[in-house]
Design a protein around this ligand. Structure first.
Ligand SMILES: [Zn+2]
Length: 305
């Protein structure tokens, strides 16, 4: 028996896995493989588990549902790259969550659409942010819908989405069907070669299946777009001060459950309490050092022929 790389189709011997992982809520065992041909690391079995996104085991999803999350560094990089150039371009955000990004993109001048498989997030996007073109659909369902409606897009974004896919090449091919000629795909994935990757994973589930099936590095990310006939530019994303502070506080909160580390990520960020501010000051030299060396995410910009 052999395992097929979901990016390039390379065959890997089944007993050549690198490590195992047990997902306790489902008592399900996963195996990690490395593809020598395209450099992707992926977990098998590659089977999507929808319930994972609806339960609130992971703090990030809970924040999504409540409409609390604010824009991440990758979102900000995207928005700034289109400042003054969005001029009614049609934008689709796949995995739009509560719509924070497309809400801002709309202010920038984009004609915005969003899809997400999580019904609660879509509900928040439409009720809390008043977004009209948001759909609780899978990409397959939306491709069908767009075909009927004659919808095509100039820019399609998916931030921190590709690593969740069980058939990433199929996913990119579906996205291609939604693109106008000359259209662009923009997004980000976690960088598996980031500093402290293993430390940040320990005791937490978010970087493992059935959340993240694919672990990219720069080369694997470039390859998956090249394999699917896109030209691509991949850059390493330097996290903001705020992002690193949040990472440090989340880490302490996850391990100590001390309320002082439970940072709000909204505009209340720097004014939660005196104690928090003192902690932020204490940590700030470390944060500044980390900022220089911590390549947490990879940002991609791909265009078809
Ligand atoms: Zn491969």
């Amino acid at each position: 028996m052999s395992i097929i790389c979901p990016s390039c189709g390379n065959e890997i011997r089944e007993n050549y896995f690198k490590r195992k992982y047990l997902y306790k809520p489902l008592n399900k065992e996963y195996k990690l493989y490395h593809c020598d041909k395209c450099d992707l690391e992926f977990w098998t079995p590659l089977e999507f588990v929808k319930e994972v996104y609806e339960n609130e085991e992971v703090r990030g999803y809970e924040e999504f549902h409540q409409g609390l999350i604010d824009l991440k560094d990758d979102h900000l990089m995207f928005l700034s790259s289109y400042e003054g150039k969005a001029d009614r371009l049609k934008l689709l955000d796949i995995g739009c969550g509560n719509g924070s990004l497309i809400y801002k993109a709309q202010e920038c001048g984009f004609d915005v659409y969003g899809i997400d498989v999580d019904s609660k997030s879509i509900q928040a996007a439409s009720e809390k942010l008043g977004l009209k073109n948001v759909y609780n659909m899978s990409l397959d369902e939306f491709v069908e819908y767009a075909k009927k409606e004659g919808l095509k897009f100039d820019v399609i974004t998916f931030f921190q989405v590709l690593e969740h896919q069980t058939d990433p090449s199929g996913f990119i091919q579906k996205v291609r069907k939604l693109l106008n000629p000359g259209g662009k795909i923009i997004g980000s994935v976690p960088n598996r070669n980031r500093l402290f990757a293993e430390f940040s994973r320990s005791g937490r589930t978010y970087d493992f299946p059935p959340h993240h099936f694919l672990w990219f590095n720069k080369k694997a990310l470039e390859n998956i777009f090249l394999i699917n006939s896109f030209e691509v530019r991949v850059s390493k994303l330097k996290p903001s001060f705020k992002r690193i502070i949040k990472l440090i506080f989340d880490l302490f909160y996850d391990r100590t459950k001390l309320g002082i580390f439970k940072l709000s990520v909204s505009e209340r960020f720097f004014s939660n309490s005196v104690i928090q501010n003192v902690f932020i000051l204490v940590f700030s030299p470390i944060v500044l050092i980390l900022q220089g060396i911590y390549n947490s995410d990879l940002y991609f910009e791909a265009s078809g022929e």
